[in-house]
Design a binder for this molecule. Structure first.
Ligand code: PGA
Length: 251
C-alpha cells in the first residue's frame, strides 16, 4: 500500500444543471457519516464550479474543473482561464482528457501549456494519458503513454501540483476495464518514467486510474499497486454511486 493519500475524483463532463447542487449536499453527508481514507474531488462543468465550490465549503469535498485556456486572459472568445477557475474556488483542473484531445485536437504541447497555467494559478493539474484500443493491440500502449508524459508535463510540476490519470481510451464509458495486472504494469511504467524525470519525488506523485470505475469494481482496481485513486466519469454523477466507489477507501 502506498503512503500517499489517494484521491477519488469525479469528472462530470458535460452533465449537470443548477439543481445538481443537491448531489454535493448528499455526498457531503455521506462523507461526514463515514469518513474515507481518501480525498474527494468533483469537477463539474465550468458553469457550476462557482456554485459547487460555495456549496462545498466546510465539507470534505474539493471542487475542480475539466479544462482551461493556457493563457491568463486575453481575446479568446468562449474560453476560460485557470486563474478564473481558481477565482471561482477550483483547486484542481483536469487537462488533456482524451475527449479534449480527440474532440478539440489538443496536442501534448497544448496540454503542457494548460497544466503550466493551472500550476501558476496555484492549483493542481490532473494530466490524463492513455492509449486507444488499436494502439494497445499493436503493442504500443507503453510508448504512447510515455510520449504523452514527456510532452504534457511542465517543468514546474511538483508532487503537490501534479496528478497523472491513466485512462485507456477504450475503457472510458464502455464498461470495460483492463485487468488489474495490466493496470499495475502501466502504473509501474508511469512511476518508473516519473522517477527518471523527478527522482525520488516521483514516489509522491499520485497516479489515478480512470475508465469505467464503478462501485462493483472499485475495490479491486483501487487495491492495484501504484494506483492512488480514481478518475470517475459516469458513476460520479450520483452521490450514491460515487460514495460506493469511495467505499474502497473505507475498508
Ligand atoms: P467513465 O469516464 O468513468 O465514464 O468511464 C472516465 C473519464 O472519462 O474520466
Amino acid at each position: 500500500m502506498s503512503s500517499l493519500k489517494s484521491l477519488v475524483a469525479g469528472n462530470w463532463k458535460m452533465f449537470g444543471h443548477q439543481d445538481s447542487i443537491a448531489e454535493i449536499d448528499r455526498l457531503a453527508a455521506m462523507l461526514k457519516a463515514a469518513p474515507p481514507a481518501c480525498e474527494v474531488l468533483i469537477c463539474p462543468p465550468s458553469t457550476l464550479v462557482s456554485a459547487f465550490a460555495t456549496q462545498a465549503q466546510g465539507t470534505d469535498i474539493m471542487i475542480g474543473a475539466q479544462d482551461c485556456h493556457p493563457k491568463d486572459q486575453g481575446p479568446h472568445t468562449g474560453d476560460i482561464s485557470a486563474a478564473m477557475l481558481a477565482d471561482c474556488g477550483a483547486s484542481h483542473v483536469i487537462v488533456g482528457h482524451s475527449e479534449r484531445r480527440t474532440d478539440h485536437g489538443e496536442s501534448d504541447a497544448l496540454v503542457k501549456a494548460k497544466a503550466e497555467s493551472v500550476i501558476n494559478a496555484g492549483m493542481t493539474a490532473i494530466i490524463c494519458v492513455g492509449e486507444t484500443e488499436e494502439q494497445r493491440g499493436s503493442g504500443q500502449a507503453d510508448t504512447i503513454v510515455q510520449n504523452q508524459l514527456a510532452g504534457s508535463i511542465p517543468d514546474s510540476a511538483t508532487p503537490a501540483t501534479l496528478i497523472i490519470s491513466y485512462e485507456p481510451i477504450w475503457a472510458i464509458g464502455t464498461g470495460r476495464t483492463p485487468t488489474v495486472a495490466a493496470i499495475e504494469h502501466m502504473h509501474a511504467t508511469i512511476r518508473s518514467w516519473l522517477s527518471d524525470r523527478f527522482g525520488e519525488k516521483a514516489s509522491q506523485i499520485r497516479l489515478l486510474y480512470g475508465g469505467s470505475v464503478k462501485p462493483s469494481n472499485a475495490s479491486a482496481l483501487m487495491a492495484a499497486k501504484n494506483v492512488n485513486g480514481a478518475l470517475v466519469g459516469g458513476a460520479s454523477l450520483k452521490a450514491t454511486d460515487l460514495n460506493g466507489i469511495i467505499d474502497a477507501y473505507r475498508r
